[in-house]
Design a protein around this ligand. Structure first.
Ligand code: GN1
Ligand code: MG
Length: 363
């Protein structure tokens, strides 16, 4: 912990009684909650995974631009309680947006959003509010001035690129696990063409890129004690992308009756009430700026992001677990199977989902 204290001091100065405890369950970065010795100030300290986010300056600069822009918008709207409505980066004492320690690790600090909570499972009412929040998030960022945002992970939600990486992993079979997953590899290949549709539409000029969150997991929305949305967090991957991918990732995580890594596949299926509520909330705020092609493909987005996540987990399993943090040896395989089960449920309900989106958009 002394090392962490020394790192925290780079941001907030020396504080012998500062308290630092592990926080959250992200798969990528390490997070800690920091409370000042006098108990007055609370922060989040994060070690940025720079094997994944290779350009830390650009990453932090994206977050600075995004949070400043949102803050300005909220101020214009006269929103109260600003510090709980948007993330605030805490610079180092030298004014930098991150600190690199002697071992080469990168660290950042943000204000902790007080009296907030997140959910891994929600109800339709909360899904509706989350939908409005993500719609609003995209809308607020639609006029971000200056250069396009930096792509913090190149080709992050590009299905063609993900499949290429997957096929390389299959070929290399680094961990010798291929025999075990032959059935899953076939499931991936059977759907590959359909799932590259977004990239194709983009090349044909039919599907635009907009500033997206790119990690719209249900637990990346913070709610207050009255279950009203406070703000959207985890801004590492905010970058240009397809809106159907932000829509889809919320459904993948928020409208799953089971867990992302459920061992009991009978728990896993799409909850259509949550799907409907989220679609209604999202389209309430987003219909004004979406094109017909984007709306038409939202339901497909749910299948795409679930498939993409299955491919990513399976790739990592085949590679020998080098990307995602795992809690036990077969974790990535369990995650892959659970995502495939959800995908099957989405496929079975696809017609209904498309109808729900149509109705929610009033078309
Ligand atoms: C990772 O660590 P977390 O939960 O923010 C991943 C997402 C995946 C998610 C799967 C940078 O997000 O893309 O959807 O795990 N983030 C990165 O749960 O790869
Ligand atoms: Mg994330």
């Amino acid at each position: 912990m002394n090392k962490l204290k020394e790192i925290v001091s780079q941001f907030i100065g020396d504080d012998a009684n500062v308290e630092i405890k592990p926080l959250g369950k992200g798969h990528i970065n390490d997070s800690y909650k920091v409370v000042s010795g006098d108990g007055d100030k609370e922060y989040v300290l994060q070690r940025i995974n720079h094997h994944i986010f290779k350009n830390v300056y650009e990453l932090q600069n994206n977050i600075r631009r995004v949070t400043e822009h949102i803050r300005k918008k909220l101020e214009e709207q006269g929103v109260a309680d600003m510090n709980r409505r948007v993330l605030t980066l805490v610079p180092t004492r030298e004014g930098a947006l991150y600190y690199q320690d002697a071992t080469g690790d990168y660290w950042r600090v943000m204000d902790f959003i007080k009296e907030s909570k997140s959910y891994d499972e929600i109800n339709p009412e909360l899904a509706y509010r989350a939908g409005m929040a993500f719609g609003d998030f995209q809308k607020m960022l639609s006029d971000l001035p200056g250069e396009p945002l930096f792509e913090t992970i190149p080709n992050f939600h590009n299905m063609e690129a993900r499949l290429e990486t997957f096929r390389e992993a299959v070929k290399a079979n680094k961990a010798g696990r291929l025999d075990k997953v032959a059935g899953l590899v076939k499931e991936v290949e059977d759907r590959a063409e359909e799932m590259c549709k977004a990239e194709k539409l983009h090349r044909e000029g039919k599907l635009p890129k907009r500033i997206n969150h790119c990690d719209t997991k249900v637990n990346n929305i913070l709610f207050d004690d009255n279950d009203q949305v406070l703000c959207v967090v985890d801004l590492d991957t905010v970058m240009p992308g397809y809106v159907l991918s932000d829509f889809g990732d919320f459904i993948r995580t928020g409208a799953n009756t089971g867990a992302e890594d459920d061992k009991n596949l009978d728990n896993v299926s799409v909850d259509l009430d949550i799907f409907e509520a989220y679609a209604k909330g999202y389209l309430k705020n987003a219909t004004s700026f979406l094109t017909a092609v984007e709306i038409e493909n939202l339901a497909f987005g749910a299948k795409l992001l679930t498939y993409m996540q299955a491919v990513r987990f399976l790739t990592d399993y085949i590679d020998g677990d080098t990307y995602y943090k795992i809690a036990y040896p077969e974790h990535n395989l369990v995650r892959t199977q659970a995502q495939f089960r959800l995908l099957q449920s989405l496929e079975e309900n696809f017609g209904k989902m498309r109808q729900i989106v149509k109705e929610a958009a009033g078309i």
